[in-house]
Design a protein around this ligand. Sequence first.
Ligand SMILES: *Cc1c(COP(=O)(O)O)cnc(C)c1O
Length: 482
Amino acid sequence: MISLAFILYFITNDIIMEKKKELLQALPKVDEAIASITRELHEKVPAMLLKKIVRQAIDEERQKILHDAESYSPLDTEKWFQRFREKASEGMQHNLRRVINGTGVVIHTNLGRSLLSSEAALQLLQCGRSYTNLEFDLQSGKRGSRYALVEELICDLTGAEAALVVNNNAAAVLLVIETLAKDREAIVSRGELVEIGGSFRIPDVMAKSGATLVEVGATNRTHIYDYERALTEATALLLKVHTSNFRMIGFTKEVSTEELVRLAREHDVTVMEDLGSGCLLDLSDYGLPRERTVQEVVDTGVDIVTFSGDKLLGGPQAGIIVGRKRAIDRIKKNPLNRALRIDKLTLASLESVLRCYFDPPAAREKIPTLRMLTEDRSLIKKRAQKVLSRLKKKKVGNCSFTLLPTISQTGGGAIPEYGLESWALALQPANISVNGFERDMRNTILPLVGRIEKEHFLIDFRTVQDDDVDDLTELLSAYFSR
Ligand SMILES: *Cc1c(COP(=O)(O)O)cnc(C)c1O
């Protein structure tokens, strides 16, 4: 016997199906909706974009009906227009946009790593808007090399014989290994087979380059005799890799670049060091932990050093290769180099940043990454207080604001274990959860990215720029007075 419940199920199901059909039929047609949209919106939004957002808006409603017709309430004309307007305004925003970094992570890879100095940004703008001598030698009137524009500068600053710049440091490492060790062997310590993030792993890069990785030593300890024993006729390269984003402590031993250079000279092989976050200034002068500078590494006599343009250097994304002329000349001739080359915008801003380093104290002031890393915490506190006092003056409610000492980080795989003392504004919204607030802050036209700690939303002012102060105040006061 068919049960009553079974019959009821079919009847209700039928009713829902019927309602679903009606609701779907009542949805506006794309062309009709576009025709009915106000002239103002037509004037502001390109037709192609308008069509896309109208289609999207209707489709979203369709999905809602299909998903749950019973509790669906149809939009009236005014609601539809409001939806179109919102979507149009979102659609007109650039996808890549300015963000306020309240995380306190200075070299934040997800937020674009280093900020350009005003000078570098201006140079980028000027070169972007004009023709340039990118590959034109103004003296001879003949074809020039884009690399020549920064090579001498880099050599002057690092003491290297030659230099080359490519797309990023990952590209630099790949290009160097491919040139110097393809179809041969490269020896690396087991303690240095790092993963940098974004799927950059030394063993994988090695495989891609066509070189055979020869691992030596133990995870925590590698000795010079480990390298020595692994040397064969097929050895082309000794590779040293900066462990960047992690530290080994305890019973550890690594072989210095100097020792590797000595060994390599005896056996006529090449030595390369991937420094990762190469720095041209000794940051210990500013109270940070000591990291070997690029100049010091070059001084060891190593054949090749590679480092990023947008980590501690504080420039645009780039991979800088410096070292001995003989090795660099071979790398320059590699056809892969052409595929990894940098563009004029990068060159324009990179040159500008590099020039700052001729005057180290000025570089520290002008290059935002260095300024943020070395900024005195009293200045950071002042910036936070400025926002706090303005919020108080505006009587912004619905949230508690507290000034707290906090710890910021370098990021970018540089000085990973070292915390920088800083100040944060800790927010506790009254009418929304801290997670909800965090999400809302990410989804504004000028997004604010912070971090959540102990049920508070923290804005670390080390990475908040002076230029952000007005906008940040405005953003928070507007949000809490809704
Ligand atoms: C960051 C890093 C890289 C990758 O550099 P990108 O500029 O991000 O391509 C390679 N090696 C080391 C040791 C690094 O720290």
